[in-house]
Design a protein around this ligand. Sequence first.
Ligand code: PLP
Length: 371
Amino acid sequence: MPDQPLSGESALIHAAVQRELGEPVVPPPMLASVFASLGEPSAQAYGRNGNPTWLALERALGAIEDAEGVVFASGQAASMALMLALAHGRDRIVLGRDGYYNARQLADRLRPHGTEPVHVDLQDLGAVERALGSGGGVLWAESPTNPLLRVADLPALGRLAASAGAPMIVDNTLATGVLQRPLDLGAVASLCSLTKSASGHSDVMAGAVLTRDTALADELRSWRTLGGGIAGPLEAWLALRGLKTLPLRIERQSATALAIAEYLAGHARVTAVHYPGTCGQMREVARAQMPRGFGPLLSFELDGSATDADEVVAAARLIVPATSFGGIESTWERRGRWPGESAPESLIRLSAGLEPAADLIADIDQSLRAG
Ligand SMILES: *Cc1c(COP(=O)(O)O)cnc(C)c1O
């Protein structure tokens, strides 16, 4: 091993690589629910407590954010464990009003257990400060948001949370730890749905929490063991396989998304483009906390109705009509088709894949003429 400290990217690639002669370089998925054991059981005596394939994925995730990783069955399973672990003894969870819909729904379910969700605009630091009060809260932040791509000033939120004695969580699914490091910006935990960019191949569901707080990591593992929201070993293996190319993919996808956002900003049928790399006052905050790129996701509004937007989405030949984001294939959808979504009705959310930007722009161009 070289003397200088290993970069996160090398650590990510080598986290699960075997150097033992005769061993497979990449360990196969450990498809076992029971492990032979005697006496005091280790963490891997039973498959709900541990599995070597999760551990490999957790080590790789931890390498990206210099933290301990705890892997779950999905992003939502990770959110549930984190909310339950942090809500204990706290009476408020302060969330962004335009944050991920299912996180807001989940927080609402905590009410009967004594934790009140408070929905605020994370851009409004005064409102966040008032909502946090003088203690007893949790700040659940997300940046950039999905689908409006609004950027919150994470260091400023982190300072407010610290002075209110509230742990700050950042849902980092969109940026991933490659583009944004919430734990360096004041967060106690960083949440990532591995289903999206982190695994990147639209073939697996998983989620993770990254934290440097050992007691919190232990608590999360305990919620996972008792709640049962474990990642399957095959899923963990697929997620790890995808994760190793995350830095390459997300930089290319960010560059492509920026090129598309710039193209759309000049299009006569487009009334608004939402992308952290092009949007006025948010761009400076985004540049400071996302130095390597602004992510694969952008959205735009059409001069037209919901039906017009549906027709544009259906007219694409290359971009796949589908939800989710971060896959190697570009996808788009009219976001307002989802019940409960508050995005403008003509808003189309687009995830840039790995196709060349010129091919994507040509496809968007012909879709905007056909639709
Ligand atoms: C998809 C998503 C989640 C939930 O992840 P799942 O793996 O679908 O459970 C959480 N937060 C954000 C921002 C997401 O996009």
